[in-house]
Design a protein around this ligand. Structure first.
Ligand code: 13P
Ligand code: SF4
Length: 366
């Protein structure tokens, strides 16, 4: 009994013994059988072995949009990470069920802001600044944090629409609390003209506002969180490349540190990077600073361009990588057998408030 409880939610061993061709055949068959009652969204950072079966491939914003638009699928098997599956659950109807093929596929950045830390920070900041702050959260956050922003008049943002959402937020209040990615918050605010000296950092571990100067000058409060994948692109990676390959265009994701974004030629969301390479001239040279599964796929689909990863020792996002072909097949076979496993279900009250926050973003998303 204890052993069964311990192994519940973990991939049964038989899937590890199966040949890839057999797994692919089984996935194809179930997809055929379930037809439009099954929908598989896949984030760009997923492995090829998974992405080949996705019904929609996109960045966080696109996947939130396609999930919200889909009303046919009874089963949504989300190939991405936990917060994305939660978002899909919030945006879909009661009759639809969202599954995450491996429940261990979390996001280390989303885990850097929990709701207790956030409520504590909010009380302290309200004391300091009164009712002058609007909270914005990157979608890479838990449903509870989205609900927090929803009930406090704020919104979600993705890397595709962060700029327009930060601009909107400043029409509502003079200050922004940006969770949980300090880099996306800093890069976006800087882009719209907020000087770095007017940005403070909230440290959720010590409950301290890190800032030097007059606090009345603060316009943006950045949560001290980051993406452990994008933080691996460094200033020295750029310096090395500028020295050895001065012909290379460097494009990075805004989850990279400010210094890296400042030295790069361009920066933008996953979709922005894909589109920029798509538009680039044959023969042009590019170094990309984002997740490795995507960079590899971009390299393969553009043999006419010289493309490398900005960090030659870069690894894929480990949590994204937890969704693999065996887990996808296991999830589909569980559904085909009429059972429920690895279901993502956000509680009603949290979902309602989080939906407010997502809706404020989706109505302005472009
Ligand atoms: P986007 O899909 O918004 O570019 O975000 C990248 C990311 O890190 C997803 O976890
Ligand atoms: Fe989270 Fe970064 Fe992985 Fe995206 S790439 S899921 S932000 S850890």
């Amino acid at each position: 009994m204890a052993l069964i409880e311990l192994t519940k939610g973990l991939l049964p061993g038989r899937y590890r013994q199966m040949e890839r061709a057999e797994m692919e055949e089984r996935v194809r068959k179930i997809k055929e059988e379930l037809g439009t009652s099954l929908f598989i969204p896949g984030h760009h950072y997923q492995k090829d072995e998974v992405i080949q079966f996705a019904d929609a491939v996109g960045d966080s914003l696109q996947l939130a949009q396609v999930s919200a638009a889909n009303r046919q699928a009874e089963h949504i098997v989300f190939c991405g990470v936990h917060f994305m599956a939660e978002t899909a659950d919030i945006l879909t109807s009661e009759a639809q069920t969202v599954y995450l093929p491996d429940m261990r596929a979390g996001c280390s950045m989303a885990d850097m802001a929990d709701i207790y830390q956030t409520e504590r920070a909010w009380s302290a900041l309200q004391e300091l600044f009164g009712d002058t702050i609007i909270p914005l959260t990157y979608v890479n956050s838990t449903a509870a944090i989205k609900a927090f922003t929803g009930r406090n008049g704020g919104s979600c943002v993705t890397s595709s629409n962060a700029r327009s959402m930060v601009e909107w937020a400043f029409t509502e209040k003079p200050r922004i609390l940006f969770l949980p990615d300090q880099h996306l918050g800093r890069n976006t605010a800087f882009d719209i003209g907020v000087p770095l000296e007017k940005m403070a950092v909230w440290n959720p571990v010590s409950d301290i506002l890190e800032f030097e100067g007059n606090i009345n000058d603060i316009q943006v409060i950045l949560w001290k969180g980051h993406c452990s994948v994008h933080e691996n692109f460094t200033v020295s990676n750029i310096q090395e490349l500028r020295r050895t390959r001065p012909d290379m265009n460097i494009i990075v994701h805004p989850e990279c540190r400010r210094e890296v974004v400042a030295l790069a030629d361009d920066n933008g969301s996953t979709k922005y990077i894909i589109d920029a390479i798509e538009r680039a001239e044959a023969g042009s040279a590019w170094a990309i600073g984002t997740e490795m599964n995507l960079v590899k796929r971009i390299i393969e689909s553009h043999p006419d361009k010289d493309i490398v990863s900005l960090n030659p020792n870069m690894c894929p996002c480990l949590t994204m990588n937890r969704i693999d072909l065996p887990h996808l097949l296991w999830s589909l076979e569980t559904i085909a057998a009429g059972e429920r496993g690895n279901v993502i279900q956000v509680g009603n009250e949290t979902a309602a408030e989080a939906k407010l926050s997502l809706a404020r973003m989706l109505m302005r998303a472009y």
